[in-house]
Design a protein around this ligand. Structure first.
Ligand SMILES: NC(=O)c1ccc[n+]([C@@H]2O[C@H](COP(=O)([O-])OP(=O)(O)OC[C@H]3O[C@@H](n4cnc5c(N)ncnc54)[C@H](OP(=O)(O)O)[C@@H]3O)[C@@H](O)[C@H]2O)c1
Length: 254
């Protein structure tokens, strides 16, 4: 397979890194020339990478095409590109859906919406695929945990949680900064928090069928400090606002 990338930003770079880490057998990876720095770093790091002179050259030289540009750029450039009927298109663009894309890039019609996350670089994390397809799922299975659906509404709902990453890190960072303000050194803070968050994630990984409400109850002691912090956080409206935020993101991606 010859895999071409139109757009070589953060997520495309992570996917290319992930492909080489997983030792996936791709014949060639062809990158669009923008952003020069990312392209140069990847070219220097891996053999089998070619840099195209234009976006059109990426399409001409590849049979699988990854669209990894922002929605705004996509709307500007895609209509000017000549796709082939035989192209398989992997659409990473959050707010351009497959139906709309099909109209823009006709005659290409084998289009899959894919949501990789930066952790794909380490072959970790969920990868949403719509619609289901054995070949596409087989490829991404080596790069992380595939969550495939043939229900478009479900696909759009799953995409909402791809917005959660920075907020998750902000929660981590709030604890980290509190430690630093209180004089705990950086290494000790990171060591403590990394082990805490990893072990907490493990609770739900090990018990996927437990009720989350029950787990939350089990991690509180009557009149204890977990109960107090949760109650204070709830009262401050954090969780209500988080839910409102998810609704807003859903409106954007649906
Ligand atoms: N980041 C994520 O975790 C993630 C996850 C799932 C899906 N996505 C989706 O993936 C897409 C890319 O996201 P990203 O985070 O990788 O953004 P990004 O880092 O901004 O990457 C977009 C890349 O497109 C390049 N570009 C701009 N104009 C171009 C043109 N005319 N032709 C070719 N390339 C052009 C940019 O180059 P310059 O830097 O030189 O401007 C940039 O490197 C978005 O649609 C996003 O919704 C992202």
């Amino acid at each position: 397979m010859k895999l071409g990338f139109v757009g070589v930003g953060k997520i495309a770079t992570s996917v290319v890194e992930g492909i080489f880490k997983a030792k996936i057998n791709v014949k060639e990876i062809i990158l669009s020339p923008k952003n020069k720095n990312n392209v140069k770093v990847l070219k220097n790091k891996f053999s089998r990478i070619k840099i195209a002179k234009s976006n059109q050259e990426v399409l001409n030289k590849s049979n699988w095409i990854v669209l990894s540009i922002t929605p705004k750029v996509g709307k500007q450039i895609l209509k000017k590109l000549k796709f082939k009927n035989s192209h398989t298109v992997l659409n990473f663009i959050s707010t351009i859906h497959n139906q709309e894309l099909k109209r823009i890039i006709s005659p290409a019609k084998k289009i899959f919406k894919i949501a990789p996350l930066p952790m794909i670089k380490h072959n970790l994390g969920p990868i949403i695929i719509y619609p289901k397809n054995k070949v596409i799922e087989g490829f991404f299975n080596k790069l992380g945990k595939v969550i495939a659906t043939s229900n478009e509404k479900e696909n759009k709902k799953l995409w909402v949680m791809t917005s959660f990453m920075a907020t998750y890190f902000e929660i981590f960072n709030t604890a980290h900064k509190w430690f630093l303000r209180k004089g705990i050194n950086k290494n000790k803070s990171m060591e403590y928090l990394n082990h805490l968050f990893k072990a907490l994630n493990n609770v739900t990984i090990k018990n996927p069928n437990s009720s989350m409400d029950k787990v939350i109850k089990e991690f509180q002691t009557k009149d204890g400090i977990n109960e107090e912090l949760l109650s204070r956080t709830k009262k401050s409206g954090v969780f209500k606002n988080l839910n409102k935020g998810f609704d807003k993101i859903y409106n954007r991606v649906k």
